[in-house]
Design a protein. Structure first.
Ligand code: FAD
Length: 407
C-alpha cells in the first residue's frame, strides 16, 4: 500500500507514483516507455506472463482502484486524487486498460454500493489485483436502448438458486472474463422495470457460452453470450429480487461517466491530429486549419466541462448530467476519427503492413456513439431528466411484461 491521501499536494502525489513505477515496473516495459516505443509497451501489456506481476503490484499498492476503500484494495481517496494517479501511470502506459474498464468502472463500484459483505470480500480485491476480469451481460438482440425490455429469464429453483436462460449480445471481452454482471427477468408477471433481478454470473458455469463477433477493423472485442440452463446460487444475487433495474441504472450511470473523457485540461487527441497535419503538409490549407482549430476548441471545452463536474460534486458522482459529457465526448471523438483521414496522404486508404492508426480509428469510430447508450438515448435522458421535457409516452408501461406487445 502506498501512502497517498487527498491532502498530499498533486506534484508530490505524481512524484510518489512515478517513483513507485520506476521501482516496480518490469525493466523491459520501463525501458520501452522511456524510449517512446509504444508498440513494445502494448505487446508487453498484453502478455500475461510479463504483465500479471505488475498488475498485482499496482493493485496491492492501491493504485489500480484508488477511490475504493482501503479494505477492498483502494486508497480511499477522491476522484480528483485518483486522476493524478491515473495521469502519472499514463506516462508509462502502466494503468489498467480498456479490457478492465468493466471490472474497475462498472462491476467493482456496483458491488461496492450494492453487494453483500461476502461478495465484496470475494471480488473487490481480486479485481484490484488484476486476478478477476468482468464483462457486462445487459444488452440482448431485442433489448439495447430499451434495456428494460430484456427477456433473459431467471427462474427461482426449489433450493433458492436460479436457472438462467437467454441470449446476450455486444458483451465486450466476455470471452476473456471470469464473471459477468447480469440483468435477467425474474418475474414476467410484473411491469417491465419491476421484474428484473441483478446477478454476478460465473462465466465458467456450465451453460455459459461466449461466441466472439469479428468487427470490420479486424478486432473481436464483442461476443454473443448464450446462457443455457445456467444454475446460479442465490448468493450470486445483488440486491433484492426485482430490484435489478435501479441497480442496473446505477451501473449505466457509472459507465456514462467513465466514457466522458479525462478531467484535465491540456493537449489531447485534437492537438495530436493538428501536429500530424503539420507533418503531412495538410496544415497548409486554411480550411484544414479552421476545421482542426474548431476541434481543438471543442476538446478543451469538453475537458473543462468534466473538470467542472468533478469540482462541483467532489467526485463527479454519476448522475444524468454524465449523459451531457458522454454525448459531447463521443460526438467529438467520432468527428476526430472522421477527420483523421483528411490529414493523411491518400486519405489513409492505402498502406503496406499493419493497418495505420488513422484508418483503424476511422473504422472503429461508430462504436463511440453506441456503447454505453446511443447518442439519441443520451439526448432523451438530457431532455427528460435535466430539461424536464415530457417523457416518451408508453401506453403499456404498467402492463405485466408478459402481456406487452413485442416484435
Ligand atoms: C463498443 C460497444 C461495446 C458494448 N459493450 C457492451 C457490453 O459490454 N455489454 C452490454 O450489455 N452491451 C454492450 N454494448 C451494447 C450497447 O449498449 C447497445 O448497442 C446500445 O445500448 C444500443 O442498443 P442496440 O444496439 O440494441 O440498438 P437499438 O436499441 O436497437 O437502437 C437502434 C437505433 O434506434 C435508436 N433508438 C432506439 N430507441 C430510441 C428512442 N427511444 N429514441 C430515439 N432513438 C432511439 C438508437 O439510438 C439507434 O440509433 C456495446 C456496444 C458497443 C458499440
Amino acid at each position: 500500500m502506498i501512502a497517498l491521501t487527498d491532502s498530499t499536494p498533486p506534484t508530490q502525489l505524481a512524484a510518489a507514483v512515478h517513483a513507485f513505477v520506476e521501482e516496480h515496473l518490469p525493466a523491459a516495459w520501463l525501458a520501452a516507455a522511456r524510449a517512446d516505443d509504444w508498440v513494445t509497451v502494448t505487446r508487453l501489456r498484453e502478455d500475461p506472463d510479463g504483465s500479471s506481476e505488475w498488475w498485482e503490484r499496482l493493485g496491492a499498492a492501491g493504485l489500480a482502484t484508488p477511490t475504493w476503500p482501503v479494505e477492498y484494495g483502494g486508497l480511499g481517496v477522491s476522484a480528483d486524487t485518483a486522476q493524478v494517479v491515473k495521469e502519472a501511470l499514463a506516462t508509462y502506459d502502466a494503468g489498467r486498460g480498456d479490457v478492465d474498464f468493466i471490472s474497475i468502472a462498472l462491476a467493482g463500484p456496483t458491488i461496492l454500493a450494492h453487494g453483500t459483505p461476502e461478495q465484496k470480500e470475494r471480488h473487490l480485491k481480486a479485481i484490484a489485483l488484476g486476478k478477476e476480469r468482468w464483462c457486462q451481460l445487459f444488452s440482448e438482440p431485442g433489448a439495447g436502448s430499451d434495456l428494460a425490455g430484456l427477456s433473459t429469464r431467471a427462474e427461482r429453483q426449489p433450493d433458492g438458486g436460479w436457472l438462467v436462460n437467454g441470449q446476450k449480445v455486444w458483451s465486450s471481452y466476455a470471452h476473456l472474463a471470469d464473471f459477468g454482471i447480469l440483468m435477467a427477468r425474474s418475474d414476467p408477471s410484473l411491469p417491465k422495470h419491476r421484474g428484473i433481478t441483478y446477478f454476478l454470473c460465473d462465466m465458467r458455469a456450465p451453460g455459459v457460452e461466449p461466441r466472439p463477433l469479428r468487427q470490420m477493423n479486424g478486432d473481436a472485442e464483442f461476443n454473443e453470450v448464450f446462457l443455457t440452463d445456467v444454475l446460479l446460487p442465490d448468493s450470486a444475487r445483488v440486491g433484492e429480487v426485482g430490484a435489478g433495474w435501479a441497480i442496473g441504472i446505477a451501473t449505466l450511470m457509472n459507465e456514462r461517466s467513465g466514457l466522458s473523457g479525462r478531467p484535465g485540461v491540456g493537449p489531447g487527441r485534437a492537438d495530436a491530429l493538428l501536429r500530424r497535419a503539420q507533418e503531412t503538409g495538410a496544415w497548409e490549407s486554411p480550411v484544414v486549419q479552421d476545421d482542426l482549430l474548431a476541434l481543438v476548441v471543442r476538446e478543451r471545452a469538453n475537458q473543462m466541462m468534466t473538470v467542472r463536474a468533478f469540482a462541483e460534486s467532489g467526485d463527479a458522482a454519476p448522475t444524468a448530467e454524465g449523459s451531457v459529457r458522454k454525448l459531447a465526448n463521443s460526438t467529438l471523438l467520432e468527428d476526430l476519427a472522421t477527420y483523421g483521414p483528411e490529414v493523411e496522404p491518400y486519405g489513409g486508404t492505402a498502406w503496406s503492413g499493419e493497418l495505420p492508426q488513422v484508418t483503424y480509428d476511422f473504422l472503429d469510430m461508430k462504436k463511440l456513439s453506441i456503447a454505453g447508450g446511443t447518442s439519441e438515448i443520451q439526448r432523451n435522458i438530457i431532455g427528460e431528466r435535466l430539461l424536464g421535457l415530457p417523457k416518451d409516452p408508453d401506453p403499456e408501461k404498467d402492463l405485466p411484461f408478459e402481456d406487452r406487445t413485442r416484435s
